[in-house]
Design a binder for this molecule. Structure first.
Ligand code: HEC
Ligand code: HEC
Length: 457
């Protein structure tokens, strides 16, 4: 099975013509706009319901700071200060909806015993981010540190982190959602009954950057390899494999049909700084000549070709493609999840060229988040091999010229930074920053114009 949707048990003035031609509110080939009533139900289900039992007690939230090796605000006398410190420590963002004092990505609920109050992560731990002090549902979380958060919360509850056969994340902002799915699926039979011994799946997926949700509506196939129909609701329910039975999955499908509609209703935020309109207009011509064939055209309507580009053409890190075994896909295809929308098996593999709507907001780039800015993406020799992820998503760390995150290059062989997972090291498995050299042949003026144009999408 392929995917990713899991968790473990466990501006200023933008000239009018640019706004008009920006693609706002337009639809590509991937079907009609979702029904507004379903969108509203989906929004409520996603933001208000907790679909899994609580994993950690309320007490664990308040005592996690004892593992920080730094002075933390007192959770009783200064709950807001503590909440801010907790969010900064682990990479959560303020919830832009009522969330009972918790950041976006955590939900209050009840433990499996039906009485003990606690909390759990939800979809927004990976799919809820912020930029310039504003939180957005569907913006990838570029700060989340699973490998810090998970062990601390389990320890605070007096448990050890369950033994995991894969790396959660080596860098902030990437998560191994794919392996979480694979491991949970390996513990089920095709009828979704629990197995005594897990199936050997032979997959080794790397940590990944989450895609922005607002592009789903343009796509006919989804996930980085474009092998799953984007209409598959069941595929985004895989994280519930942590506890649900086959019957419970059927009961929850209508709620996830609504969540799917809500995801397809989301719009990308607009670029908030001035745009040089003549430069952007020149950039449009560069884009249409060098990029549109794979990424589509953006005007009053978005014409998105849904291209899956063979690995040897795009040349980006192969681990996400090669690390998914046919056996895993075949097993997924035997289950209820694939009944209506099986994952394609066999044939040439590659990465789907994503729609570029809202691309200014979703740095770092590529499926593994290995490239901090658009300029580096369009000029491959400039890409840093080792860089520090910014300490926050505030605009002081945002680069308007190169578009993306200001990345501090980190010397080879130097001592690890105080927060080691702020370091993104492209030499690690799955994190390679090569390939996608389609911008290399441009001259610097063309590249600058092209980047200006990309701000308008
Ligand atoms: C642990 C992090 C994580 C959690 C939790 C998570 N996702 Fe994802 N999601 C990802 C990653 C990473 C991908 C990309 C996976 C890939 O293509 O291999 C993804 C892909 C997706 C996509 C496909 C987007 C596209 O354009 O291809 C959808 C839709 C999605 N997730 C929905 C959800 C929903 C709904 C939930 C909660 C039920 C959820 N995800 C929970 C990390 C996560
Ligand atoms: C031959 C097809 C092809 C061409 C031509 C192409 N791209 Fe891409 N592009 C891709 C693919 C495939 C990916 C995804 C690669 C990955 O994630 O590993 C991608 C990724 C990207 C991304 C990162 C998206 C994200 O969400 O992280 C941006 C930005 C981008 N391309 C911009 C451009 C621009 C600008 C041009 C023109 C200079 C261009 N591309 C030309 C195929 C193409």
């Amino acid at each position: 099975m392929r995917t990713a949707t899991m968790r473990l048990r466990p501006g200023l003035v933008v000239l009018a013509f640019l706004v008009v031609s920006s693609g706002l509110g337009t639809w590509a080939r991937a079907g009609e706009p979702p029904d507004p009533a379903a969108v509203e139900r989906g929004r409520k289900a996603l933001l208000e319901r907790s679909f899994l039992n609580a994993e950690w007690s309320d007490a664990a939230y308040k005592t996690a700071s004892k593992y920080w090796n730094e002075v933390a605000p007192d959770p009783e006398s200064d709950p807001e200060g503590y909440a801010r410190a907790f969010a900064t420590r682990y990479g959560f963002h303020p919830a832009p909806f009522p969330n009972d004092g918790l950041p976006m990505g955590l939900k209050r609920g009840v433990k499996a015993d039906g009485v003990t109050k606690g909390m759990q992560v939800d979809c927004l731990v990976c799919h809820g981010g912020s930029i310039g002090g504003q939180s957005y549902v569907g913006l990838p979380n570029t700060q989340i540190d699973y490998a810090g958060f998970f062990p601390d919360l389990f320890r605070a509850d007096g448990h050890r982190l369950p033994l995991l056969p894969f790396i959660l994340n080596t860098a902030r902002g990437t998560t191994n959602a794919g392996m979480m799915s694979i491991v949970l699926m390996s513990m089920r039979n095709p009828d979704l009954s629990i197995r005594t011994f897990p199936l050997a799946m032979g997959s080794n997926l790397p940590e990944l950057d989450a895609p922005p949700w607002w592009v789903l509506k343009y796509k006919t196939t989804m996930y980085y390899d474009g092998r799953t129909p984007s209409a598959s609701v069941r595929s985004i329910m895989q994280f519930l494999l942590a506890e649900k039975s086959a019957a419970q999955f059927r009961d929850l499908e209508p709620a996830f049909t609504d969540i799917h509609a809500y995801i397809r209703s989301l719009e990308a935020p607009r670029y908030p700084f001035p745009i040089d309109a003549p430069s952007a207009e020149r950039g449009r011509a560069v884009f249409e000549k060098s990029c549109a064939e794979c990424h589509g055209t953006y005007g009053r309507t978005v014409d998105y070709p849904n291209e899956v580009v063979p690995l040897d053409v795009v040349g980006t890190d192969p681990a996400r493609i090669e690390g998914l075994s046919d056996r895993s896909v075949a097993h997924y295809n035997e289950t209820w999840f694939a009944e209506n929308h099986p994952v394609e098996i066999g044939g040439e593999r590659g990465y789907q060229a994503p729609p570029l709507v809202g691309i200014w907001a979703s740095a770092p780039y590529l499926h593994n988040g290995s490239v901090p800015t658009l300029r580096a993406l369009l000029d491959s020799p400039r890409r840093p091999r080792r860089y520090l992820r910014p300490p926050s998503t505030d605009f002081e760390h945002y680069d308007q010229r190169d578009v993306g995150w200001k990345a501090v290059e980190f010397p080879e062989g130097g001592p690890l930074p105080r927060q080691p997972r702020r370091l993104f090291d492209a030499s690690r498995y799955g994190l390679g920053n090569g390939g996608h050299t389609f911008g290399d042949k441009l001259d610097e003026a063309q590249r600058t114009d092209l980047i200006e144009y990309l701000k308008t999408l």
